[in-house]
Design a protein around this ligand. Structure first.
Ligand code: HEM
Length: 376
């Protein structure tokens, strides 16, 4: 498939059909110089344009530079295609502290996320001044991109935490089949999708009147590392698993559908009652609590990935879902939805939020510009 264009009105990697692999990295900014920070963003932009086109990070690449200097590219992607690599940047709330004179430019929607009941957040896997989401169909290409951006930023930024994802847990386009998360359920069925143009304007892209004109055309990203207790899950009856999502595990169809065959995209009939006057979809089912009807119409563009980071030393897989969700305003979208879920979602018994971050992802870059240039 062709490379994904780096330049555009919006950053690539948001409505781009979700690629198979992820390397997400969060940085601390270690320089106190605004000029140095802008230099890094300029250098990163050049490298990102090249790498997303399948080229090496610098002009002289991995092997054509002076032999007495470290190469401008680390080399492990030599010969590999662009693999639909997208690189998407976001700025965390802490970048708007006093260091760079940006406090007055902090978007009102870029709030610090509140603590939610059940949170077990590890500070070493949370926050960050800056983040880059690298998605590609080849994990080596995504890792190469993050590695080279970290190398270029040396002395001005330092990696705070990073997360690899091996399988997408959402479709972001109607052309894509719905993938499955590690609970084995189809995930992304009722996601916001690239084709939903009117909804994207309403729910995904920041507008000039939203309080931070420099963010117009950008979007806000919430990242949550969610550990799944998959060993417990795997001992849970199918009926209970299906009740949590209100969906059949096989087809992904709502459990209110008459036949479970091929109606994944059927609407929920939340009011349908069985003979026992119990709703077929429980009041505390994940999909009922997350549904726009329960959240003043709020929706998300989910773009998360499965992860298994080996095991935890206690005989359990360190596995879960690295949840990524883009939206126009976390105050109206992620926060109220997560409050709803944290309170009573029956899924909570099987998941734990262990990492958290929020970023303002600026609009796309025009040729000749650089990442975030509307801010500086
Ligand atoms: C829907 C799984 C966490 C928001 C779904 C669906 C599944 C699922 C299987 C149904 C298919 C679909 O429509 O995509 C999970 C798992 C999670 C998780 C396994 C964590 C490990 C979250 C979180 C949020 C969220 C943290 C937001 C705070 C939503 C929304 C929908 C949804 C908005 C669509 C509801 C609708 O419109 O019908 N999720 N989810 N999910 N989830 Fe989650």
């Amino acid at each position: 498939a062709a490379a994904v264009p780096f330049y555009g009105v919006h950053q690539a990697g948001i409505v781009t059909p979700a690629q198979d692999r992820l390397h997400f990295v969060s940085f601390d900014i270690t320089t106190t110089s605004r000029a140095d920070l802008v230099d890094v963003l300029r250098e990163w932009t050049k490298a990102a344009e090249r790498m997303t086109a399948g080229e090496a990070a610098g002009d002289t690449g991995a092997v054509d530079g002076p032999i007495e200097a470290p190469p401008e590219d680390t080399g492990e992607a030599l010969g590999l295609p662009a693999s639909q690599l997208t690189l998407t940047i976001g700025f965390g709330p802490t970048m708007f502290d006093r260091r760079f004179g940006l406090a007055a430019r902090r978007p009102p929607a870029l709030v610090d996320l509140p603590a939610f009941p059940g949170d077990a957040l590890d500070p070493a896997r949370s926050g960050g001044d800056l983040a880059i989401q690298a998605c590609a169909h080849d994990p080596q290409v995504a890792v190469h991109a993050v590695r080279n951006l970290a190398r270029i930023g040396f002395g001005a930024v330092a990696v705070r935490w990073s997360q690899l994802g091996f399988g997408r847990t959402s479709s972001t386009s109607r052309d894509q089949a719905t993938p499955r998360n590690l609970f084995g359920f189809k995930d992304g069925t009722r996601n916001l999708k690239a084709e939903d143009s009117a909804l994207l304007e309403e729910q995904l892209w920041a507008a000039p009147g939203d309080g931070a004109p420099w963010m117009a055309g950008g979007s806000y990203l919430v990242a949550r590392r969610m550990r799944m207790h998959i060993e417990t899950w795997d001992r849970t009856p199918l009926s209970e698993q299906q009740a949590i999502f209100g969906r059949f595990k096989g087809t992904g169809a709502p459990t209110t559908s008459v036949d479970a065959d091929d109606n994944e995209f059927d609407d929920f009939e939340f009011d349908t009652v069985t003979g026992a006057s119990e709703p077929v979809i429980a009041m505390d089912a994940h999909t009922r609590l997350a549904h726009p009807d329960q959240n003043a119409g709020a929706r998300l563009l989910r773009r998360g990935y499965n992860f298994v980071d080996g095991s935890d030393g206690l005989g359990r897989l360190d596995a879960g879902l690295f949840f990524l969700a883009y939206q126009r305003d976390p105050r109206k979208q992620f926060i109220p939805i997560q409050r709803n879920l944290a309170r009573s979602d029956t899924m909570n018994e099987y998941v734990k939020h262990v990492g958290s971050a929020v970023f303002a992802c600026p609009p796309g870059v025009r040729k000749g510009g650089y990442w975030g240039d509307t801010l500086f």
